[in-house]
Design a binder for this molecule. Structure first.
Ligand code: CA2
Length: 146
């Protein structure tokens, strides 16, 4: 069986650690990707990490995961609240998927309260800072162990 996780970070998450530390903390995207790889390694899982500001690129990466990944971790950024297309891509590939949000979206603006993904995600981790990615790896490893 494939032992790889696709890690997807959506729009503006390339700015992690450079601005708004009061909301998103001080870790960079590179720190997050290293964290996910380290935790995944504990379970003999590899990681393919990608970040994109473009919805279509994210959809293409999700489709490609069907070939060689066992699970997906995704923080879709603001596409969380807008993208039926990303939801459909995840539904289409039928891979267990963890949705992660660094901030507590439910304590923020009303428009962040709804996620198009949450209804089809295997788990949703919100407001745990970047530690949420750590939790996501551990949950997916549990699910993959079946
Ligand atoms: O809390 C999260 O992880 C979000 O997915 C982050 C998105 C936001 O649109 C969602 O509502 C919640 C925004 C990511 C922007 O990241 C930045 C990081 C540093 C500086 C500026 C933006």
């Amino acid at each position: 069986m494939t032992r790889r996780i696709l890690l997807v970070n959506g729009p503006n998450l390339n700015l992690l650690g450079t601005r708004e530390p009061e909301i998103y903390g001080s870790d960079t995207l590179a720190d997050v990707e290293a964290l996910v790889s380290r935790v995944a390694g504990e379970f003999s899982l590899e990681v393919r990490a990608m970040q994109s500001n473009h919805e279509g690129e994210i959809i293409d990466a999700i489709h490609a995961a069907r070939e060689d990944c066992a699970a997906i971790i995704i923080n879709p950024g603001a596409f969380t609240h807008t993208s039926i297309a990303i939801r459909d891509a995840i539904t289409g590939v039928e891979l267990p998927t963890a949705e992660v949000h660094i901030s507590n979206v439910h304590a923020r603006e009303e428009f962040r309260h709804h996620s198009y993904l949450s209804g089809i995600a295997s788990c949703v981790i919100v407001g745990c800072g970047v530690q949420g990615y750590d939790f996501a790896v551990r949950r997916l490893a549990t699910l993959l162990a079946g």
